[in-house]
Design a protein around this ligand. Sequence first.
Ligand SMILES: [Zn+2]
Length: 301
Amino acid sequence: MAKPAVVWSPTYEVDIGPHVFPTVKYRMVRERLLADGTIGEGNLVEATPVAEEILARVHTPDYLAKIREDRLTALEQVVLEVPFSPALAHAARVCCGGTLLAGRRALEDGVAVHLGGGFHHAFPEHGEGFCLLNDVAVAAVALIDLGLAERVMVVDLDVHHGNGTAAIFANEPRVFTLSFHQERNYPAVKPPSDLDVGFVDRTGDRAYLSALQAHLPGAAARFRPDVAFYLAGADPYRDDQLGGLSLSLEGLKERDAFVFEALRATDAAVAVTLAGGYAIREADTVLIHATTVEEAIRATP
Ligand SMILES: [Zn+2]
């Protein structure tokens, strides 16, 4: 079997109508990687929905029942910011399965990629900001439950703060949450992660990368994770519609390379999720995610 595993699902391309969230990106990234030979069909592993009991280790029974029975209130749908549908619910369950599978495969092979996931704004009892279920939290808890990992690190470099993940693991010493984000952006309330770095508007490559160098290797060396989930958001990009930082394409590539280097230096397995990406030109979002996968492959032992 070719390494690394690249987990995907056709279910992620949910029709949400005209929307800033390009659900088409998941297919476009996969097609681009196959077309340019970065990956082959042998890398691809299709995700399957996670069991309800596994979701229930993070999400409340009430919330899961509402999703199952299509009973989200009007207010809950407003906060979610994407139209709810059974297809969206199915995609979210598959996505949790996909991130868990990527975590397992990363523990086997050193690195694995999920062409999806990173829905870090989902809380135990509600979804928000395009995020219905917190796939990374679900996967982290499942790996610990299964005895496959003792310590899990979440390296969240999406431009938005990982509020849901931070809240879920506030009192969980086995999971270390790190969030690099634009301070003056969604979400308004940012529950503390184990390590938060909030950047001022229009922060560029140099300041961002030096903060990453200052914080990530030390945090990883001290915590010694068995596995890290890397939320490789494309939205710190300077032409992002929902982000206000100013990273260049080259800066984002350097970011990815440094994350893999720093985490692999501590022997952590690394499972990648794509997280956000809303560039003015959709092709830029696809390119940024595809470049992350190239760097993941370069880091695969
Ligand atoms: Zn984001």
